[in-house]
Design a binder for this molecule. Structure first.
Ligand code: F6R
Length: 248
């Protein structure tokens, strides 16, 4: 694992954007695995800016997102499809038909999960997968549990996730209780994983994931078994990482 420590959120976003831009430059038709959430917004802003300045193109890039709320249509302002269109896709030259996100309003959610895994396989997996981390160490919406779910699946969101995400909704009652999420197998199939993290409140999760045991009660801990992980965090988020971890 490589650890890149930055001073603050903005410099973390610059580093994450550079890693993604480098991949798109190296392989113009690369598959980018993307995440939603506050952590990723800055990086999408930087990438959009670089596109506007002519430094980078996404014309041939394909994207696969990690997750979507069950019950929210793509046009819903709190859906992850809406988020991605607003924060990134509509700001660059990507072809919208090359961007993939689970369908939160599929009639048959089970079949939608299988379809998403087939899609991921047909794309050959992500070249680079961007992740954020939950306070409870979730990655995508793989919440702490008895095992590491391999495949795309429907998940009941943990209460801590509902509480954390309610900041974006009018009230906690409006936060969907279920999501479709890529499984740990899909995430781990990416050639490179970039875990972005910012802020003091995430420091205990980073400490748990990278210095406690690898176990499904801290889903992000599985990342220690991946051969190419880059942890990009600001000082505050990395402040509780024990010394030994830095020497990996
Ligand atoms: C979003 C996702 C989640 C978030 C995580 C952190 O697609 O998969 O795992 O990355 O909840 O969210 P923020 O960045 O809002 O703290």
């Amino acid at each position: 694992m490589r650890i890149i420590e930055t001073a603050d959120y903005d410099s973390m976003s610059q580093v994450v954007a550079s890693l993604i831009a480098a991949e798109a430059a190296r392989k113009p038709d690369c598959v980018l695995g993307l995440a939603t959430g506050s952590t990723a917004i800055g990086a999408y802003g930087v990438l959009s800016q670089w596109y506007r300045s002519g430094a980078i193109s996404f014309a041939q890039v394909r994207t696969v997102n990690l997750d979507e709320y069950v019950g929210l249509a793509p046009e819903h302002s709190h859906s992850y499809r809406y988020f991605m269109n607003e924060k990134f896709f509509n700001r660059v030259d990507i072809k919208i038909e090359n961007t993939f996100i689970p369908n939160g309003i599929a009639d048959d959610v089970e079949e939608e999960c299988r379809r998403y895994d087939r899609l991921l396989k047909s794309l050959g997996g992500a070249d680079i997968q961007l992740l954020g981390i939950g306070h409870n160490c979730h990655i995508a919406f793989n919440e702490p549990g008895p095992d590491f779910p391999l495949y795309t699946h429907k998940v009941a969101l943990a209460q801590s996730t509902i509480t954390a995400n309610s900041r974006l909704f009018a009230s906690q009652d409006e936060v969907p209780r279920y999501a479709i999420t890529m499984g740990i197998g899909g995430i781990m199939s990416a050639r490179r994983i970039v875990l972005a993290v910012s802020g003091k409140s995430k420091a205990p999760a980073i400490k748990r994931a990278f210095s406690g045991p690898v176990s499904p009660d801290a889903p992000a801990s599985i990342l220690r078994l991946h051969p190419d992980v880059v942890l990009v965090g600001d000082k505050a988020a990395l402040s509780e990482l024990p010394r030994g971890v830095w020497q990996w």
